[in-house]
Every structure is written in structure tokens, then in C-alpha cells.
Design a protein around this ligand. Structure first.
Ligand code: PLP
Length: 442
């Protein structure tokens, strides 16, 4: 079949100019490598850029599980019918989920999981006799997806929410715990965790009887794999408990090993009321997301008033079971932690004398270099320079991404220490070239 490479397909968040300048078509993936339609091979340093491909590409076991389930039974409705893979997957997640999260429903994308979690929170309050609660508090700089309710928790990192305003009402935003460029220009711990305290202020000013949930990523993507100070999440948990506000841990990126633990919230010693997960749940092999809730919530919600044709999809659930099986048998979460620590150390040591690198941080195989043209003022790195670094790396065979003012790395969990050693000199050369172009070095 003849087709024009750009004319019929609509890409997401890609401008006309970018399309005209030339867009990569990825045609093959194996392990940590992908290949484009011109035969160029790259190390995929961001697991498919949106970071789902935890396992790496091309695992036969996942293909087999998908094939077997299609031949067994390719579709079952989620309404008044159950299916074996979905029940098994819910039981498996109940074993590994954080805290008391014990019951699950499945959707196709992270956005839908966020949407369903917000609906579930509202239903919980409804059945509890608290029918007025509908507001959701999120954080400036957060990202929680593209759907109607999710848009109200989108934060301010992307222009996407602003373009679609006015969206669903009831979205409230507090500052993120982004200490490197603190919203209040304070320093932890002297700041008294003002960013967490802000949650209590906004609940009180908006009416505690109207606030349904707080949603946040344990480690936040918005500024480049940002971990809050250790006392942040306990403070948030306390405020939620005080006002009967449900705490949703959005594990869409963090979940299933990305941060070196099975779930990101495990780093912070608190238990969420709900989680959302997607991406590494199936390692990107097929679309699937999950909402997990405690029994306390599921028992209250007499009837989850929701119906989605592809909810609890048996083929996608079978894929997730195969993926989690490999994570466990091959100790992938531990690999993410160990190689992640090695990558973090290599980045901290290797970039410490580079004038454009402000802070190197991360957890597990999710590491970022926060970039700045001026280390003293911590000014944000212009997007054009970040893109130029990304392009330099691509020309040298590495796919990396810009996030906020940072360059972010999130390779598959099969990325090894030798791969770190091979990557570092290439990355340093890209940064030095850009510093030269910016006049930061001779
Ligand atoms: C934390 C978080 N929540 C939700 C989403 C939305 O997920 P999806 O793109 O699968 O709809 C994303 C996507 O990047 C995310 O990072």
C-alpha cells in the first residue's frame, strides 16, 4: 500500500512546522534499542519518550500471552460480566499494591484512570452522604492526563489545559514541592513546608465540605523527576485526614518499578486512599490502566456508576499479568533501583563541573539534570537550548527528552551499568557543545 508519511495521520502535540522539519518513524524495537525507517538505531533513554516501556521491547512471553488470550476469548464486557485475566490481575495487584489498596478496575489510559479515580472519589462521598464534595486539589506543574475531569488536575506545565478552558469546574491548584526553584523562594526545612500547608489553606478557603480529593504524583514529572522532601507526603496525608479529603497517589509513571520501588508512594511512608496506574503496568505493549482503592472506599461505593466498552479488557489484563510476572521473576524493580543509583551517581559526578547543570536528581531509573544558563540565579533553561541538546543526543544515537527546564532519562529496566558507562561521555559532549553555543564555555 502506498501512503504519504505525514498526510493522513494526526500526531499529538506536534506542530505543523515540526512535521515539515521531519518526524521520526520508529519501525523496530528490541531490548533498549529502537530503529527508525531510515535504518538508524538509537538507545531509547526514555522508554518510548512517555516512559511506558519498562521491560524493553520485543518480549516473546508478552506476545504469547496476548495471542493466547485472543484465541481463548478476545472480549468480555465489564458490565455485569467478569473475566479470568481481569480477576487474576486484580488479585495480583492486591498482593503488590501499597498500603490497604485492595480492589481494582481497569481502563485503557492513564487519563481515564485519573478520570475514574475522581469519579470514584465523588461516588464515595456521595454514598457517604457527603454529596456536595466535588473539588479536586492538584499542583501547579502537575500532569494528570487529557480528559474532562483530569484536565482540571492538569496543572500549569502544559498549555493544553489553558487552551481547553473553561473545563470541568472544581479544579484547584497549590504550588508543587519543587525546592530547586521554590515557589516561595524559601529553603527546606526552614520553609516549614509552606507548599504542603497551602493545601490546608485552600481547603479552608474553598470550603472543606466541597473538597473531594487531592491528587499528586509521588515523584513528579513536571520539573524532571522531582522528589519532594521526606516530610512532604506525611504532611499532606495529615491534612487530607483532618478534612476527610481522599488522597490519590497518581502512579501512572512511578508505578511498577520506575522509581526503584514497585510504587512511588512507598518511598514516603504513607498510605494513599487510591492509586492510579498505567504505562509500565503493561510496559506499553498494549493499552491498560488501573484504579486501585481501599476496601473502605469500595465497600461504600455500592455501584460504580461507570461503563466503558474496553474496561477490564481480558487481552490487556493478560498482557499485564505476563509483564508483572517478568518484573518479579527477573527482579526488575531491584534492577531499576541499583542501576538507577549508578546512573544518578554517574550523572552527579560527571556533570558537576558543567556550568549549565543546576541540579541532578532522581529515583530509580528516572534521573534528570535540571538545566540553567546561570547557576547563581537558577534561571530556567530556554526551550530552544533543551531541544538542541535533545537533537545533539539523537544525532549520536540516543533518544532523550526535555521536561520543564530539565533533561530527563528513564530507560527500560534492562538498561545496565555498562550502558550507563557508554552513555555518559556522549551526554557530556552534547552538553559541552551546547554550552559552547550558548557562550558558557570557550
Ligand atoms: C502522572 C500521570 N498521570 C496521568 C497521565 C495520563 O496518562 P495517559 O497519557 O496514558 O492518558 C500521565 C501521562 O503522562 C501521567 O504522567
Amino acid at each position: 500500500m502506498n501512503y504519504d508519511r505525514t498526510s493522513n495521520l494526526i500526531l499529538h502535540r506536534t506542530s505543523r512546522k515540526e512535521i515539515e522539519d521531519g518526524i521520526l518513524t520508529i519501525v523496530k524495537g528490541q531490548g533498549i534499542h529502537v530503529e527508525d525507517s531510515n535504518g538508524n538505531r538509537y538507545v531509547d533513554m526514555d522508554s518510548g519518550i512517555t516512559r511506558p516501556v519498562g521491560l524493553g521491547y520485543g518480549r516473546q512471553e508478552v506476545a504469547q500471552a496476548v495471542y493466547d488470550q485472543i484465541m481463548e476469548c478476545s472480549y468480555v464486557t465489564p458490565c455485569a460480566r467478569s473475566n479470568e485475566p481481569a480477576m487474576k490481575l486484580a488479585a495480583k495487584l492486591a498482593e503488590i499494591a501499597p498500603g490497604k489498596i485492595n480492589r481494582f478496575t481497569f481502563e485503557c489510559s492513564g487519563s481515564e484512570a485519573v478520570e475514574s479515580a475522581m469519579k470514584m472519589a465523588k461516588l464515595y462521598h456521595y454514598y457517604n452522604g457527603d454529596k456536595a464534595r466535588y473539588k479536586v486539589v492538584s499542583r501547579q506543574g502537575a500532569y494528570h492526563g487529557v480528559n474532562g475531569l483530569g484536565l482540571r488536575a492538569l496543572g500549569t506545565v502544559l498549555p493544553m489545559r489553558l487552551m481547553f478552558d473553561p473545563g470541568a469546574s472544581g479544579g484547584l491548584f497549590i504550588p508543587s514541592p519543587y525546592c530547586y526553584r521554590c515557589f516561595y523562594k524559601l529553603s527546606h526545612p526552614d520553609c516549614g513546608l509552606k507548599c504542603a500547608e497551602h493545601l490546608e489553606e485552600i481547603i479552608n478557603s474553598e470550603g472543606p465540605e466541597l473538597v473531594s480529593a487531592f491528587i499528586g504524583e509521588p515523584v513528579q514529572q513536571g520539573f524532571g523527576s522531582y522528589s519532594p522532601p521526606p516530610d512532604y507526603w506525611p504532611a499532606i496525608r495529615k491534612i487530607c485526614d483532618k478534612y476527610g479529603v481522599l488522597l490519590i497517589s497518581d502512579e501512572v509513571i512511578c508505578g511498577f518499578g520506575r522509581t526503584g520501588k514497585m510504587f512511588g508512594i512507598e518511598h514516603f511512608g504513607i498510605e494513599p486512599d487510591m492509586i492510579t496506574a498505567a504505562k509500565c503496568l503493561t510496559s506499553g505493549y498494549v493499552p491498560l490502566s488501573a484504579v486501585g482503592v481501599t476496601d473502605a472506599i469500595a465497600d461504600k461505593v455500592e455501584n460504580f456508576m461507570h461503563l466503558h466498552t474496553y474496561g477490564n479488557h481480558p487481552v490487556a489484563c493478560a498482557a499485564a499479568l505476563a509483564v508483572i510476572d517478568i518484573y518479579q521473576k527477573e527482579d526488575m524493580v531491584e534492577k531499576s533501583r541499583v542501576v538507577g543509583d549508578y546512573l544518578l551517581q554517574a550523572m552527579q559526578d560527571g556533570l558537576k563541573d558543567l556550568p549549565s547543570v543546576g541540579e541532578v536528581r532522581g529515583k530509580g531509573l528516572w534521573v534528570s539534570a535540571d538545566m540553567t544558563p546561570d547557576r547563581k540565579t537558577r534561571a530556567v533553561m530556554p526551550g530552544a537550548n533543551l531541544n538542541s541538546i535533545v537533537n545533539r543526543a539523537m544525532a549520536k544515537g540516543y533518544l532523550i527528552k526535555a521536561m520543564g527546564s530539565a533533561i530527563e532519562l528513564a530507560p527500560p529496566y534492562t538498561f545496565a551499568k555498562e550502558d550507563v558507562d557508554a552513555f555518559m561521555p556522549v551526554f557530556v559532549s552534547c552538553l559541552k557543545e551546547e554550552e559552547k553555543a550558548m557562550g558558557l564555555r570557550k
